[in-house]
Each structure stands twice: as structure tokens, then as C-alpha cells.
Design a binder for this molecule. Structure first.
Ligand SMILES: Nc1ncnc2c1ncn2[C@@H]1O[C@H](COP(=O)(O)OP(=O)(O)OP(=O)(O)O)[C@@H](O)[C@H]1O
Ligand SMILES: [Mg+2]
Length: 239
């Protein structure tokens, strides 16, 4: 498998008087894990929502290969997304939630058991989601994203609430996923963890691109990812 790249061009979104994302252009390469970084309010979630057709851009495009998400022939079989972990109904079990989404996506029902095993949710799969911890919800959201065996993963802070075992597992999982040709775009504030997980960086601030390229290039001077992030995003505080 070789997953499509993600091509973002001139993406722009304003909410009232807030310029959430302005003229944002970057590429996410297949076979690589790309970290999507920026301070709180930088515009990461807004960008990811525009990628998935959930927020309509004022201007610009986001394409998987050459196709916008809403025009993909098999969207959930192409792109798996974790954007909002609170989406499962509290009264349903994880297994029932996955069955529903499996049916909606037109995927084979045996995927439900497979993704439960993949994210190690077996022990909790028949409990109501209302009683889930944050980490369990994250695992369920990831399991839902994997139902269609996608070639691209778009993940908004997926390690939030994961325990150390879960974080190590996620790192290994993403590496295997990209080793087999998949494409990953992942936002996170856990820079120490991210430094061990990503190949490329897209750094934004105030809705605009600040830096993009290989992690190795960004940290070539001996900076950690955290030091590079602070150097590139705290100019007004430092002034
Ligand atoms: N639906 C909305 N209506 C109005 N303003 C919004 C909406 N969604 C986002 N914003 C604003 O757009 C800006 C970017 O928000 P966004 O959630 O994309 O940031 P983020 O980089 O994901 O931040 P965080 O790291 O805190 O998750 C913020 O100023 C936010 O208040
Ligand atoms: Mg966000």
C-alpha cells in the first residue's frame, strides 16, 4: 500500500473577527508521520476539520491525493480520523458503537473484533461508553478510525489521556502504519513524546505557517523539538 499524500493549499478560515487559519499551505508525505504543532488556538483543529470537510474553508483546498475528502469514493476506507473523542453515545457499548460505524462505512463486520484487539480495548468493549476513562475513549476513537483499514490517519491529540503503555503502543502502531506506506498527520502538545514519533513537522502560529520540513532539519543545531517550538512561537512574549 502507498497512501495518498495530503496537499493543503492556501487554506483560510475566519470566524467572525477571528482569523483562525490564514493562507496555510503544506504537504504531508506518504510513508511519514507528520507532527502538526502550534500553541493553543493556533488553528490546528480548525485545519484538521477543514481537511475532513467538517468546517468549510473561506478559501483554499485540502486534497488526499488529488481528491477532497467529501469527494472520495470510499472516505472512511481512505482516511481514518480522530477529531472528537466524545462522539460515542454514553449509553452504548464500544462494540455496538463500532458495529454501527462499521455498517455505516460499509466495512466487513469482522473488522469490529479486529480493531478492538488492535487498540487493546477487549476488556472494556462490552461496557457502556458513559463510564469510560479518557484513555478508553481515545482507544475507542482510534478503533473507529481504523474500521475501514484507511491509508491515511488524521489524529487530533490522540495521546491525550493515554497511559504510558498506550503511548508506547501508539508510537509503534504509527511507525508500522507508515512503514507499510500509510500517511499520518498528528497534532499534539506532548513534544517530548512527539520527538520520538514523527518524521516531519508542520508548525503553525496565529493560523499561519511558521515552519515545515524534516524533524532532523529542525533539530540539527542540537535543539530539542520543545526548544525549537519555543524559539519559533514565543517571539512576542520574548520581545
Ligand atoms: N466554531 C468556532 N467559532 C468561533 N471561533 C472558533 C471556532 N472554532 C475555532 N475558533 C477559534 O479559532 C482559533 C483556532 O482554534 P483551534 O481550535 O483551531 O486551535 P488549536 O490549534 O486546535 O488549539 P488547541 O491547541 O488549544 O487545541 C481560536 O481562536 C478559536 O477560538
Ligand atoms: Mg485543537
Amino acid at each position: 500500500m502507498k497512501g495518498p499524500s495530503i496537499e493543503v493549499a492556501n487554506l483560510t478560515k475566519r470566524f467572525g473577527r477571528v482569523d483562525a487559519v490564514t493562507d496555510l499551505t503544506f504537504t504531508v508525505r506518504s510513508g511519514r508521520v507528520t507532527g502538526f504543532l502550534g500553541p493553543n488556538g493556533a488553528g490546528k483543529s480548525t485545519t484538521l476539520r477543514m481537511l475532513l470537510g467538517l468546517t468549510r474553508p473561506d478559501r483554499g483546498t485540502a486534497l488526499f491525493g488529488r481528491v477532497a475528502y467529501p469527494d472520495l469514493p470510499d472516505p472512511t476506507g481512505t482516511v481514518g480520523a480522530v477529531l472528537d473523542i466524545a462522539s460515542a453515545h454514553p449509553a452504548t457499548t464500544a462494540r455496538d458503537h463500532l458495529r454501527t460505524f462499521c455498517a455505516l462505512g460499509g466495512h466487513r463486520m469482522s473488522r469490529v473484533g479486529e480493531v478492538i484487539a488492535t487498540v487493546a480495548l477487549d476488556r472494556f468493549a462490552d461496557r457502556r461508553v458513559g463510564g469510560y476513562s479518557t484513555g478508553m475513549r481515545q482507544r475507542l476513537a482510534l478503533a473507529t478510525a481504523l474500521l475501514g483499514e484507511p491509508e491515511v490517519l488524521v489524529l487530533d491529540e490522540p495521546s491525550n489521556g493515554l497511559d504510558p503503555v498506550g503511548i508506547v503502543w501508539l508510537r509503534g502502531f504509527l511507525r508500522e502504519f507508515t512503514d507499510s506506506g500509510g500517511t499520518v498527520l498528528i497534532s499534539s502538545h506532548a513534544l517530548g513524546e512527539l520527538q520520538q514519533s514523527i518524521d516531519d513537522v508542520v508548525l503553525i502560529d496565529h493560523g499561519r505557517l511558521v515552519w515545515t520540513g524534516a524533524l532532523d532539519t529542525l533539530t540539527a543545531s542540537g535543539d530539542t523539538l520543545e526548544e525549537a517550538f519555543l524559539r519559533l512561537t514565543t517571539r512576542e512574549q520574548a520581545a
